[in-house]
Ligand binder design. Structure first.
Ligand code: PLP
Length: 397
């Protein structure tokens, strides 16, 4: 490996969303564990990105900045080289984050009481985007086949046909179940949505994090009709561990939809833009960090394998789902025979382990854990050993 995927900067007693939880439960700095919850990485930021930020700091220019032509070109060039999508710079609107973008999309393209479809279980802020704006959740539960999740197209078609259903927020790849939707699946989704006038908001924040043997397809790249009926949300944040810079992109090929979205952004700021350092970081990431990403994916895939092998051997009642994309391993813990709230307590208080609890992603997630694999393998191994010790004491089978 050319890059450093071993150093961890422990973020105890900082503002870290992820690490604060450890302190809350009394985990001490000396304890050799890290949290596996919130989806940021425990890897140091690629040095090319740090250098780009330092360069910008050295200019002492920190003024307002809109996306530069170079920044926009770097985004398009990444989309072309990594995802074979010919996106145009003028399709790109800046956003402080992908969550912010899908909230704005809901406000722009639906009214109070309108239905917004989610394929559940799913990333929990998507529910909030619907509930907090008084839209109606249209639940399209994924079918759990015990090794992977499939789409219930019949249910989707039926619910999309309700004239009240106006939008689908698509999570692609899917957090938390780790699916990379195939081109065929996306085509069926796109056709159902077109037939029923349902706008697709495609959250593709995890689209660079694809495990060997899988291929991500950008929804809008499938055909011009789909491109005209969607927003594609992307960011370098998950891919390169720069989520705190809050720089992401909303790509809207359809000029009318783009103008409407822009008008919403302008309701709260006449000149929407991102953090100046975020642009330079993202540009460096897209121009210089492809190799870093390739190595990072090897580490994630190795961690995935370590877990699969260990669980099969030592805790076969736990079922890890096939990780096709994202760095978030979805595991069914129900085989332990331990109530999921009690399991959460055991993890926190006895094992000192912090996953994202499956129930936060929806009812179907009860008894599941979402394990963030973006960390050095030694922490994965330590966590597995702790799981074995703690669970063996409590197992009801
Ligand atoms: C599917 C999905 N969308 C959006 C986000 C967060 O996006 P942002 O930090 O850009 O708001 C996450 C973070 O985990 C995610 O998994």
């Amino acid at each position: 490996m050319k890059y450093d995927f071993e150093t961890v900067h422990k973020r105890f007693n900082t503002g870290s969303m992820k690490w604060n939880e450890l302190s809350k439960f009394g985990v001490k700095e000396a304890d050799d564990i890290i949290p596996f919850s919130v989806a940021d990485m425990e890897f140091v930021t690629p040095p090319e990105i740090v250098a780009a930020i330092k360069n910008q700091l050295d200019t002492s220019i920190m003024g307002y900045e809109n996306p530069s032509p170079d920044y926009l070109a770097s985004v398009c060039s990444w989309l072309k080289s990594r995802h074979n999508w010919n996106a145009e710079p003028e399709w790109i609107l800046p956003s402080h984050g992908v969550v912010d973008a899908f909230f704005q999309a809901v406000r722009t393209f639906t009214e109070e009481g309108d239905g917004v479809m989610l394929m559940t279980p799913v990333y929990y802020p998507m529910y909030t985007a619907i509930n907090s704006t008084r839209r109606k959740l249209v639940d399209n539960p994924l079918i759990n086949t015990e090794t992977r999740y499939e789409i219930d197209f019949e249910d989707m078609e039926q619910k999309a046909a309700d004239p009240n259903t106006k939008m689908l927020i698509l999570c692609s790849p899917h957090n938390p179940v780790g699916r990379v939707w195939t081109r065929e699946e996306l085509t069926r989704i796109g056709e159902i949505c077109l037939r029923n006038n349902v706008l697709v908001v495609s959250d593709e924040i995890h689209f660079d994090l694809i495990m060997p043997g899988n291929k991500h397809t950008v929804f809008a790249s499938i055909n011009d009709e789909f491109a005209d009926n969607c927003l594609v949300l992307t960011a370098p944040s998950k891919t390169f561990n720069i989520a705190g810079l809050q720089t992401s992109n909303v790509l809207i090929p359809n000029p009318e939809l783009r103008e409407r979205f822009l008008q919403t952004l302008r309701l709260s700021n006449p000149n929407p833009k991102c953090n100046i350092l975020g642009y330079y970081a993202a540009e460096a990431a897209y121009k210089l960090c492809g190799k870093w990403l390739d190595e990072c994916l090897i580490v994630i895939d190795t961690n995935r394998r370590i877990i699969a092998d260990f669980l099969k051997r030592e805790l076969p009642m736990l079922k890890p789902y096939r990780l096709e994309g994202t760095y978030l391993q979805w595991i069914d813990m129900n085989g332990l025979g331990i109530d999921y709230r009690e399991l959460e307590r055991i993890n926190h208080e006895e094992a000192g382990l912090f996953f994202d609890e499956g129930y936060v992603f929806g009812k179907q997630g009860e008894g599941f854990e979402r394990w963030n694999l973006a960390c050095p393998s030694r922490y994965i191994e330590e966590a597995l050993a702790r799981m074995k010790t703690a669970y063996t004491k409590h197992m009801k089978i």
